[in-house]
Design a binder for this molecule. Structure first.
Ligand code: ATP
Length: 503
């Protein structure tokens, strides 16, 4: 809900996770800075992705390509011509929307109706309720499903034709109203190119116009042969990259979900032509597992298979996440065919082929891509972890139950008081642990307040040094999630923490 999103935004700011960019100048829209804790969480997400993709897969290697690329790159990829969003303005509210998204959201309402009917049935009939049977036979469901099919088919035809007047007609015919003003007074639909341009060098003419990359993928495609040859890679193999991308998003709202400067974690997997759908299924499953292994809860995820395919794709699916604004795309898995490599062959005049020793022939490989937004991943982890809990004694606490492996600090070490060498002892413990874990020293306020603060920033372990520690080298260790405290030997801390923070 909107309230939940507000809570997330204010918590992220209050605890140094995310700040509005250049805030002292009132911020810059759809741009954000990651603070002292945000950068740690972001780096940990990158590590989690990189180890799962590059370290754990012998046939996948990394790359770090430049953000600036030769302008012909974007001609070949189609971005110069076709990286547009169809936008429509409401004349009364003066708000601008993606026209296709307006229609999709309209269709979504029918899906919600079906979901509600199913919920009702479950409540009424409990275990006896046969969902499949209900979906196939209930007249309400059938009517709503027919409407969904009809509208989706229509949207598909509109996309195929690329005729924007048809999209506008659809919005008018369906009587779609502006979400803000409720008005149905729309402008025509117009295309906006999403690439940022700038000039290379000092002379501004057409030939010097270059772009900030709108996706990291093209840096991988143009380096396909460099990596394949120097890495002696055999198909199938993959190239992975984490890096910034820039899009002049027209409708830039919803915090770090849709930014103008953001980061992508992409992997392009090069395969034999004809085998791409097998690998597409393989990666769809693998990427789903990767997300779910974090333990945020399976109910946060769903697959959304595309019916409307981009011009370069022969299969595509999104892994959607239940963000505070509802289910939205977190990651895309696309079977991109040989579209990109063929286009680069054509525009560069260079062959981008692989000689397959088993088949004894050369070909342009097909590509299966997995592409996840780092900032969206951040928002997913952060929003699903932020909880208000009512405790047994009736008091409340805010806890950020970030998966321990991703938490910025793994352990907070606190002296019970500032007296009697307790701070020195706490620092000694940190000096032992800090080579392997990011630790925080905290001596301000009462111990109860410090616990609450560590709960709120998501630190999984809280170690307290007291007078007994000086006698027998034991400490209390408190678990963020259960709030249980145990007395343990300092010598055991490392293995206790290690067990929980490794994935
Ligand atoms: P959307 O439909 O939400 O605009 P997209 O389909 O254009 O996304 P892709 O081009 O497939 O997105 O990009 C791959 C991934 O990059 C997305 O799944 C998303 O996680 C991330 N991403 C795309 N645009 C943005 C943005 N403006 N801000 C943050 N992350 C983004």
């Amino acid at each position: 809900s909107e309230d939940k999103l507000k809570e997330v935004i204010s918590h992220a700011k209050e605890y140094g996770y995310v700040f509005p960019s250049s805030e002292i100048y009132d911020g810059l829209s759809a741009t954000y800075d990651y603070g002292q804790l945000g950068v740690e969480l972001k780096n940990n997400i990158k590590k989690y992705w990189w180890s799962a993709m590059v370290q754990m897969n012998d046939e996948i290697v990394g790359l770090d390509a430049a953000i600036f690329m030769h302008p012909k790159t974007w001609k070949a990829s189609g971005h110069t011509e076709a990286f547009n969003d169809p936008m429509i303005d409401n004349k009364d509210s003066k708000k601008r929307y993606r026209a296709d998204v307006l229609v999709e959201e309209f269709i979504e309402k029918y899906r919600e109706k079906i979901a509600k009917d199913v919920e009702k049935g479950k409540k009424r009939f409990g275990d006896d309720f046969d969902v499949e049977q209900f979906l196939a036979t209930n007249p309400n469901v059938k009517r709503n499903q027919a409407k969904i099919d009809e509208l989706e088919a229509k949207l598909e035809t509109v996309f195929q034709s690329g005729d924007l007047t048809q999209l506008k007609a659809m919005i008018d015919d369906l009587g779609i109203a502006c979400p803000v003003s409720g008005s149905k007074n729309w402008t025509e639909v117009r295309q906006f190119n999403l690439m940022f341009s700038t000039e290379l060098g000092s002379v501004a003419d057409d030939s010097s116009t270059i772009y900030l990359r709108p996706e990291t993928a093209q840096g991988i495609f143009v380096n396909f042969l460099n990596v394949q040859k120097t890495g002696r890679m055999k198909i199938p193999f993959g190239i992975a990259q984490i890096g910034k991308a820039f899009r002049n998003e027209i409708v830039a709202r919803q915090f770090i979900f849709r930014m103008r400067e953001f980061e992508q974690m992409e992997m392009q997997y090069f395969v034999r032509p004809g085998e791409e759908l097998k690998w597409y299924e393989h990666w769809k499953e693998k990427r789903n597992k990767w997300h779910k292994a974090l333990g945020l809860g399976e109910e946060f995820y769903r697959d959304h298979d595309h019916i409307q395919l981009a011009h370069y794709a022969n299969a595509a699916s999104d892994i959607e996440f239940d963000f505070p604004m509802g289910f939205k795309e977190l990651e895309g898995i696309h079977s991109r065919t040989d579209f990109d490599l063929k286009a680069h062959e054509e525009h560069s005049g260079k062959k981008l082929q692989f000689f397959d020793p088993e088949l004894k022939k050369s070909y342009v490989p097909y590509v299966v891509e997995t592409s996840v937004g780092l900032d969206r991943m951040f928002l997913a982890v952060f929003s699903a972890s932020l909880k208000n809990e009512t405790l047994e004694d009736g008091s409340e606490r805010v806890v950020l139950s970030i998966p321990p492996a991703l938490a910025p600090y793994k352990v907070a070490v606190m002296p019970l008081t500032k007296k009697g060498c307790l701070p020195e002892k706490a620092m000694e413990i940190i000096d032992e642990l800090k080579f392997d874990f990011n630790c925080q020293y905290d001596e301000k306020d009462s111990i109860g307040k410090r616990y609450r603060r560590q709960d709120a920033i998501g630190t999984p372990f809280h170690v307290t040094v007291d007078h007994q520690t000086l006698e027998d080298n034991t400490v209390t260790i408190r678990d963020r999630d259960t709030m249980k405290q145990d007395r343990v030997a300092i010598a055991d801390l490392h293995s206790i923490i290690e067990e929980k923070v490794s994935l």
